[in-house]
Design a protein around this ligand. Structure first.
Ligand code: NPW
Ligand code: K
Length: 454
């Protein structure tokens, strides 16, 4: 369910320091990191000529190691630097390279470009001329690799501090950093590869990976597989999308609590005019709910039922207006950027920090949606889903996600796991749906997305 670790710059430094304290040699770690990156570059480019750009810190040190190891494999390599190395390991790596070092501003392009100017030690944007030169050299190369991070990106927030080209591949060293999974930085890395550098990287934040979904047991019936109650409102289309998604999430039974009969809906979804939460393992409130007094009464009734809840859309608007008092535990809330701001205000830090603070404050699992969705739990765990299809930015996809969250919550009873599974299935359904789909099309893709993870 959760993939590679995501560490901030300070956490990565602490992990490195722990390795040094345990006896790992600092220069040896740079050699390991450089060798891991060189192997990835070699697989992509073989003997195509390469230009390695080296900065003044340890990211530059990695660059000198990479250049030397590619040269050892017979690659025609040139190195260009931004001045001298100012770390002990970087100086040692440069000495071991031993070849000529050109000036970055005057170096000619090559078929392969390796950016080892700055990594986690970047403290400000690159000078305009250097950033422009980096963009020109990357643009002229057929193959481009960023070592640890593209230079010009803020490690912990994913902010772009100076002009950054689109790199074919970014090689994350030892662990992902927030910038690898958060926008806008993540959009500058065509492919992201995690290189093992042989040190422990304990983390509570991970990149979201494909879940393993158990099939129903032989004795399963519709109630053991989980009943989802979907509280409908006046905008019935949104409620229906959610109910249909819940019905295709692996849950056993979906009950739509709607005022009147709803035409053109799966016959398997049972319609009730009253707010009947009996035997429900999860209740979804929000999609199509509206914001009026009647909507508030329906939300309050659902909260009072004491059933694990997913709150989305109209329910989030009402919670922002009237406070968190009525939210049952466990709960999942699924705000997009605007809803998040309205619910939690201007929180400091990266999107991961903000999601975690919101989860702590609300006591709910927060699915902070976007091109980089962050799923955060009150206990400090988080998973980041990057690389979602941009075609998901269309009406109704949030209703589908909310239905999936409720369905997986009914199946698993675990709100963090359910939210992670739902976000992954939603992204996978979009990938399978291709381009220019509508939210309804995601429903068609869901059974296959689930089947692929059994
Ligand atoms: N620790 C280890 O053993 C391992 C580390 N590893 C590698 O080390 C990387 C981190 O190395 P690092 O901490 O030396 O930082 P790095 O990104 O090279 O830059 C720092 C230098 O740049 C300077 N500077 C900053 N911004 C600037 C700007 N805009 N324009 C100009 N200068 C600027 C800053 O100086 P400042 O002026 O801020 O004092 C400082 O001199 C990490 O990403 C990974 O690749 C791996 O090999 C595994 C083993
Ligand atoms: K770099």
């Amino acid at each position: 369910m959760t993939g590679g670790p995501v560490l901030t710059a300070a956490q990565m430094r602490a992990a490195e320091q722990a390795a040094f304290d345990a006896g790992i040699d600092e220069y040896g770690l740079m050699e390991t990191a450089g060798a891991a990156a060189a192997a990835i570059i070699w697989r992509a480019g073989h003997k195509r000529d390469a230009l390695v750009l080296c900065g003044p810190g340890n990211n530059g040190g990695d660059g000198y190691v990479i250049a030397r190891l590619l040269r050892d494999r017979g690659v025609p390599v040139r190195v260009a630097a931004l001045g001298e190395s100012c770390t002990v390991s970087g100086q040692r790596a440069r000495a071991a390279w031993g070849g000529p070092v050109e000036n970055v501003m005057r170096a000619a392009p090559a078929t392969q470009l390796v950016d080892a100017l700055f990594g986690t030690g970047l403290t400000r944007g690159l000078d305009d001329a250097v950033a422009a030169r980096l963009c020109a050299l990357a643009g002229a190369a057929a193959i481009s690799h960023a070592i640890d991070l593209p230079s010009g990106i803020e490690t912990d927030s994913g902010a772009i501090l100076s002009a950054v080209p689109l790199f074919g591949t970014c090689i994350a060293l030892g662990a992902y950093k927030p910038a690898h999974v958060l926008q806008p930085a993540a959009g500058h890395m065509g492919r992201l590869v995690l290189a093992d550098i042989g040190i422990a990287t304990p983390a509570t934040v991970h990149r979201l990976s494909a879940p393993v979904l158990p099939a129903p047991v032989a004795q399963a019936h519709k109630y053991t597989r989980g009943l989802v109650a979907v509280v409908a409102g006046d905008m019935i289309g949104a409620s229906c999308l959610s109910a249909e998604a819940a019905a295709r999430s692996g849950a056993g039974y979906v009950r739509l609590l709607a005022h009147g009969p709803v035409p053109r809906m799966s016959h398997a979804i049972v319609q009730h005019a009253s707010l009947d939460f009996g035997r429900a393992k999860a209740v979804l409130v929000g999609p199509g709910l509206g914001r009026d007094h009647a909507a508030w009464e329906r939300l309050a009734a659902a909260a009072k039922a004491g059933v694990p809840m997913v709150a989305d859309a109209g329910a989030l608007w009402l919670l922002a207006e009237k406070g968190w008092g009525d939210l049952p535990s466990p709960a999942i809330v699924t705000p997009h950027e605007g809803e998040f701001q309205r619910l939690f205000g201007d929180l400091p830090g990266s999107k991961i920090d903000r999601a975690l603070a919101a989860a702590r404050r609300s006591g709910a699992v927060v699915v902070y949606k976007g091109a980089d969705s962050v799923i955060a739990a009150p206990d400090g765990r988080a998973a980041v889903a990057s690389g979602a299809s941009p075609w998901l930015s269309t009406a109704g996809t949030g209703d589908v996600l909310a239905g999936l969250c409720a369905g997986r919550l009914a199946v698993t009873g675990d709100p963090f796991r359910a939210a992670c599974e739902a976000v992954w299935l939603h992204g996978e359904a979009a990938r399978r749906a291709g381009a220019a789909f509508v939210a309804d099309d995601l429903l068609e893709s869901l059974p296959a997305a689930i089947a692929a993870r059994l």
